[in-house]
Design a protein around this ligand. Structure first.
Ligand code: ZN
Length: 339
């Protein structure tokens, strides 16, 4: 993924809060690809309009039973396979791992779609596949929870957080939704493991997000896109020092709903502590009118120092972070079901 830090904008917000005024024409944010710089602290009221004037209720104990420990175990299993870029033997091994896990959850036949496509990259053509696990619901509509499972082509890069954590948490969410009664009372829930999110060479509109661009085009054509009530993307959500960014490229009302879900369990210190604008697998869906929320923590180690390096390893992750994000996502599904 790629990030544009909204440093200037937040500086102005801070300046305004201290009673200073800034010329309006400086309010355009500078773009700074591939790096994030300042942790842009935002107050709760600016992070979400819904809770602006209401005191936060006392946090509840999660009753949704997402296990961060299990999610971490699934992540560790995949990371143990080594680097998993498209075209590698470990990538194929991981595909088998995801398929077998879903089969054990009873997700097979019509409820498991393997969306095969060819990624035409600067390094040649690769056969890729997105996995879509479907948990049918009684209500007419679909909630999508997604993340990528490929890792970036870099020497010794095992992608514990970037590629591993989201794929592992999605497997735990599969366990969770598999335990619900069938069909579930709310909307259908579809879990998507995207392939080929990472740029093969340099991140650009054409060298990145191959799987999500393919699936968004397909869903636009076959009418699926119109049925999607909410699309959540998970990326780099396993960092033990968890701080999910508020992504300004996401749909505000859906981000507000995620914040409300997180607040219910007292997770505010881990969510929307700064603002960023991210390019990631959610953008192709946003572009075809789907409400999207990118849940990403792109402050991985001091000043994001572990990102896309050989230091992105299991020891940087925590079960607690995975549980916080998993619980928040399941609660957001509950809130979406009520809409
Ligand atoms: Zn990455």
């Amino acid at each position: 993924m790629r990030i544009f830090a909204l440093t200037l904008l937040s500086v102005i917000l801070l300046a305004c809060s201290h009673g200073n005024t800034a010329p309006a024409n400086t309010a355009t944010s500078t773009s700074e690809p591939n790096r994030t710089t300042t942790a842009d602290a935002v107050s709760e009221s600016s992070a979400t309009s819904q809770t602006a004037n209401t005191p936060a209720p006392p946090p509840d104990t999660p009753d949704v039973h997402v296990s961060g420990k299990r999610a971490l175990k699934y992540t560790a299993d995949m990371v143990a396979m080594g680097p998993r870029p498209i075209g590698s033997a470990a990538h194929t091994k991981m595909e088998n791992y995801i398929r077998e896990h879903l089969r054990k959850d009873g997700v097979e036949g019509n409820n498991l779609e393997e969306d095969q496509f060819t990624a035409d990259t600067p390094a040649g053509k690769f056969q890729c596949r997105n996995f879509i696990a479907k948990f049918p619901g009684k209500k007419d509509g679909i909630i999508v929870i997604s993340g990528h499972y490929d890792t970036k082509m870099l020497p010794n890069f095992v992608g514990a957080n970037d590629g591993g954590a989201s794929a592992g948490l999605l497997l735990e969410l599969a366990d969770h939704f598999a335990k619900e009664k069938k069909p579930r009372d709310g909307y259908s829930v579809w879990l998507v493991w995207f392939d080929a999110e990472e740029a093969v060479k340099q991140w650009s509109a054409t060298d990145s997000t191959y799987g999500s661009r393919h699936l968004a085009a397909k869903w636009q054509q076959d009418g699926t896109a119109k049925k999607i009530k909410g699309f959540m993307l998970l990326d780099m959500i396993g960092d033990a020092d968890l701080g999910i960014d508020r992504d300004m490229n996401s749909t505000p009302w859906l981000e507000d709903l995620v914040y409300r879900a997180a607040s219910r369990f007292g997770y505010q210190s881990h969510i929307f502590t700064r603002k960023t604008a991210d390019e990631d697998d959610h953008i192709p869906f946003k572009n075809i009118g789907v409400p999207v929320a990118d849940l990403i923590d792109l402050d991985y180690g001091y000043n994001n120092v572990f990102w896309h390096t050989s230091q992105d390893t299991m020891d940087k992750l925590s079960a607690e972070s995975l549980e916080i994000v998993g619980t928040t996502v399941v609660e957001t599904v509950r809130l979406l079901d009520q809409r």
